[in-house]
Ligand binder design. Structure first.
Ligand SMILES: CC(C)(COP(=O)(O)OP(=O)(O)OC[C@H]1O[C@@H](n2cnc3c(N)ncnc32)[C@H](O)[C@@H]1OP(=O)(O)O)[C@@H](O)C(=O)NCCC(=O)NCCS
Length: 165
């Protein structure tokens, strides 16, 4: 798997003061975006993690010294990691950023000794399907009309992880 060099990309956990920047990406990425309130609540759940990919703009610390270009939301429940959402700002796509976030999520799943990764994806979302297949997720089922907005099916994908005994 080719991970293109992204020396300037850093991954960290989302903070409440990132909300507006993350919402810009969310609204650009999805026809039916989550609300700001939903993201706010997600930040409060112990089982939920939102990773953001940031590009430093200056070496000075603090707000305004970096730009958020992508995010990934996952839940850790018992020994399962469920990926709810991954999105990259349109002008930063196809540079390997989603791949870096997916790899970081999987690393954290291993660290938590999770056994299974799961996610759902729209049947028509070829970019995401290709991304997940690259990470060896396999389709195990279909939820018909899962996305009520357009009545689109969801493909359910899973990936088993090797656990430390
Ligand atoms: C899906 C998405 C997150 C991919 O982000 P990205 O940073 O552009 O992806 P990467 O550059 O890391 O691509 C990794 C691999 O995924 C696949 N892929 C990514 N974008 C693709 C596209 N438009 N068409 C086909 N395959 C694609 C390719 O296999 C790619 O590898 P390659 O570039 O070497 O061919 C991005 O297109 C996006 O934000 N889409 C809108 C939101 C969304 O649909 N999210 C997923 C559902 S939750």
């Amino acid at each position: 798997m080719a991970v293109r060099a992204r020396a300037r990309l850093e991954i960290r956990k989302m903070r409440p003061d990132d909300l507006e920047e993350v919402m810009v990406i969310e609204r650009e990425a999805f026809r039916h975006p989550w609300s700001l309130e939903l993201f706010r609540r997600e930040l409060e759940h112990d089982w939920s993690t939102i990773l953001v990919g940031v590009e430093p703009l200056t070496s000075a610390p603090g707000k305004g010294s970096e730009r958020i270009v992508a995010f990934l939301i996952f839940w850790l429940v018992h020994d399962e990691v469920h990926i709810l959402n991954v999105a990259v700002a349109p002008e930063h796509r196809r540079k390997g950023i989603a791949r870096i976030l997916m790899a970081e999520c999987e690393k954290r799943a291993h660290q938590a000794n999770a056994a299974l990764m799961t996610l759902e994806v729209r049947r028509s979302n070829q970019a995401a399907l290709d991304l997940y297949r690259e990470f060896d997720y396999r389709a195990v089922g279909v939820r018909p009309n899962y996305y009520v907005d357009e009545g689109e099916d969801a493909i359910v994908m899973v990936k088993e992880l090797k656990r430390e005994s």
